[in-house]
Design a protein around this ligand. Structure first.
Ligand code: CO
Length: 438
């Protein structure tokens, strides 16, 4: 009898013995049986056939010869335990406290353009509030004819719309401004996500309350402990601003503003106020903390630019990257993500020689306005050092700048709105490092 036949026989006898037992005991018995089987595999490994080897063709893996768990074993569902490394991460040293901090989206391990709800980066200014949707209200007041206070049920009565749009923190890549080189894609670009957002257009609600003549700004305020607030121009409110209660088909996650938030498509994430409780209509901005002390752009002459809302055209290669090294020379699928707060992506070029020559890539996802767009290009790596870059162009004709071009205008003291062409250095051994080329 071969080792494989021995293992097959063992599985059959475990299963047959298990069948005679009542439910709970049967499950325990089968679990113990599988442990025995592992030991048998290990023992046969010593004899030349390991459990792993036996599972490879022409062998048959153990999971094809036993029954799995039934439905609703895990009522919500979660990824395979083999993918447990795909998770948000934070940097302990980046902020003084976890309640006013950020975690990063694991872009290197994601496919397509949709970010799964559990992996969307987090940004809190006073920790994650536990909001009861039954008691939560959204008040709209100020320069309006008919101020209202809406419950979630009230909000659900309005016509809804869904749109797939990116969400990016204005500080994404901010650590790179002064030359710091984070060693993971997750940390260089991970304050970025893209979801299908569902809710009510803010313009619909403004029509309901009747905006008065002279109104030009809206204060959006959150229900977290910091009452995070931003002044939003009326033009954006009447364009595509969305009062959102669902993401990727399910209710908003608490981290994303449950039960309701503002999304200003293409604008810095900080304006997309979470746990939204109040919209006040006025004739000028409020100059609150997050639009004066923070989220302004320090320019080379020492002045600060206010109200720079748009996330400009940007891109990054997600494969290869430090988390996805190359495993030996040969053919590779180089791919990445591009996005623009001004509309659709028109073209993405990739360089393998640090920007000396460029190849146009093709889009491998839907090309939606103000959404992540995936691009890819074939590459035959000869094993030599290479400097990989991507350069995106949006539908307005704007071309993503080099570090040199960006710093010529913005200097080196800024934190926000960094969209320079990013460089990955591929080493001879296939490892990938973050380097800067001006
Ligand atoms: Co800004």
């Amino acid at each position: 009898m071969s080792k494989q036949q021995e293992l097959d026989g063992l599985i059959k006898s475990i299963a047959a013995a298990g069948e005679k037992l009542p439910g709970p005991e049967r499950r325990l018995f089968l679990k113990q049986g599988l442990t025995m089987l592992g030991a048998a595999g290990a023992a046969s490994g010593a004899a030349g056939i390991g459990a792993a080897e036996a599972a490879l063709p022409p062998g048959v893996p153990s999971w094809t010869k036993s029954l799995g768990t039934g439905v609703v074993t895990n009522p919500y569902g979660e990824p395979s335990p083999f993918e447990a490394h795909i998770k948000r991460r934070n940097l302990e040293w980046l902020t003084a406290d976890k309640i006013a901090s950020i975690s990063f989206t694991p872009l290197a391990d994601l496919k397509g353009i949709i970010t799964p709800n559990g992996l969307v980066f987090e940004r809190y200014h006073a920790g994650l509030p536990a909001v009861d949707p039954g008691l939560h209200r959204l008040m709209i007041h100020g320069m309006v004819d008919r101020p209202i206070v809406l419950s979630m049920d009230d909000l659900m009565r309005f016509p809804s719309i869904s749109m797939t749009r990116f969400l990016e923190c204005a500080a994404n890549g901010g650590m790179e401004w002064r030359g710091a080189q984070m060693d993971r894609l997750q940390l260089t670009h991970g304050m970025l996500a893209c979801c299908e957002w569902t809710g009510v257009l803010l313009s619909t609600l403004l029509q309901e309350v009747g905006v008065q003549k002279g109104a030009a700004w809206i204060l959006a305020e959150g229900a977290d402990g910091s009452h995070m607030s931003r002044s939003i121009p009326m033009d954006k409110a009447l364009d595509d601003a969305l009062i959102v209660y669902a993401q990727n088909g399910e209710p908003l996650r608490p981290e994303q503003g449950y039960p309701v938030r503002l999304i200003n498509p293409g604008w810095e994430g900080n304006t997309c106020v979470k746990w939204l409780r109040r919209l006040k209509i006025g004739d000028k901005p409020w100059y609150h903390r997050e639009e004066t002390s923070k989220y302004t752009d320090l320019m080379p002459d020492g002045s600060s630019r206010e109200f720079t809302f748009v996330q400009e055209c940007n891109s990054v290669i997600t494969n290869p990257c430090p988390e996805n090294p190359l495993k030996g020379p040969g053919k590779f699928w180089v791919e990445g993500l591009a996005w623009s707060g001004r509309g659709k992506i028109k073209q993405v070029d990739v360089s393998f020689d640090g920007g000396v020559s460029w190849r146009t890539t093709r889009f491998t996802s839907a090309v939606l306005p103000r959404a992540l767009t995936r691009f890819g290009v074939e590459w035959d790596w000869n094993g030599a050092q290479a400097l990989l870059q991507s350069r995106a162009i949006d539908e307005t004709g704007y071309v993503q700048p080099t570090y040199g071009q960006l710093r010529a205008v913005r200097g080196t003291s800024s934190i926000y709105h960094k969209n320079a062409i990013h460089t990955w250095k591929v080493n001879n051994n296939g490892s990938v490092a973050n380097v800067q080329i001006s």
